[in-house]
Design a protein. Structure first.
Length: 154
C-alpha cells in the first residue's frame, strides 16, 4: 500500500512540474470526462506531450519522462466530403494512438449544399494494427489549435 501511495504522490509532483513547463495546445473531454491534451514545452516548442486522464490523475503521458522515452509524433491527413481529417500519431509498443480532428459535411438525402457541417475530435487506439478503442470528444470539434505541419508526415 505504501508503494501505491508513493507512486500517486510522485505522479502528482510530476504533473505539477509538467504544468509549469508546458502549455496545452489542444485539449478536449471525452464522454467519461477524461481529458485528452496535447501540450508543448515552453522552453522547447518543438517537443509535444500527449496526456490522458482527469485533473490530479494522469493515466497516460507520452513521452514518459520517468523512463526517458523519446517522443516521435507524425501527421497525416485524408480528404472527406466537404473537408478532411487530420491525424497526429504516435506509437508505444503494440499500440498506435491516432488523435484526429475531422471537418466535413454529414451524409444525408439532401443536396450537397444543404448538408450539415460536421466537426469531430477524438482518438483511435489501434492494437497490432486493429482498432482497439475509439474515444470521441463530447465538447465539439475544436481541432488542433495551431499548425502542426512542422511534424514529419507518416
Amino acid at each position: 500500500m505504501a508503494n501505491i501511495k508513493s507512486q500517486v504522490k510522485r505522479n502528482r509532483q510530476n504533473e505539477r512540474r509538467r504544468k509549469k513547463n508546458a502549455s496545452a495546445r489542444s485539449s478536449v473531454r471525452t464522454a467519461r470526462k477524461k481529458i485528452i491534451s496535447l501540450c508543448r514545452a515552453l522552453k522547447a516548442p518543438q517537443n509535444l506531450t500527449y496526456r490522458y486522464g482527469i485533473p490530479g490523475h494522469l493515466e497516460l503521458a507520452y513521452p514518459d519522462s520517468e523512463i526517458n522515452e523519446q517522443g516521435k509524433f507524425y501527421t497525416s491527413s485524408s480528404p472527406l466530403f466537404g473537408g478532411e481529417v487530420t491525424y497526429l500519431t504516435f506509437r508505444r509498443g503494440v499500440y498506435e494512438y491516432k488523435i484526429y480532428s475531422k471537418i466535413g459535411r454529414m451524409d444525408s438525402d439532401s443536396n450537397q449544399q444543404d448538408r450539415i457541417p460536421m466537426f469531430e475530435d477524438g482518438i483511435d487506439i489501434l492494437k497490432n494494427g486493429n482498432l482497439f478503442k475509439q474515444l470521441v470528444c463530447d465538447d465539439g470539434g475544436e481541432g488542433f489549435r495551431e499548425d502542426i505541419r512542422w511534424l514529419p508526415n507518416e
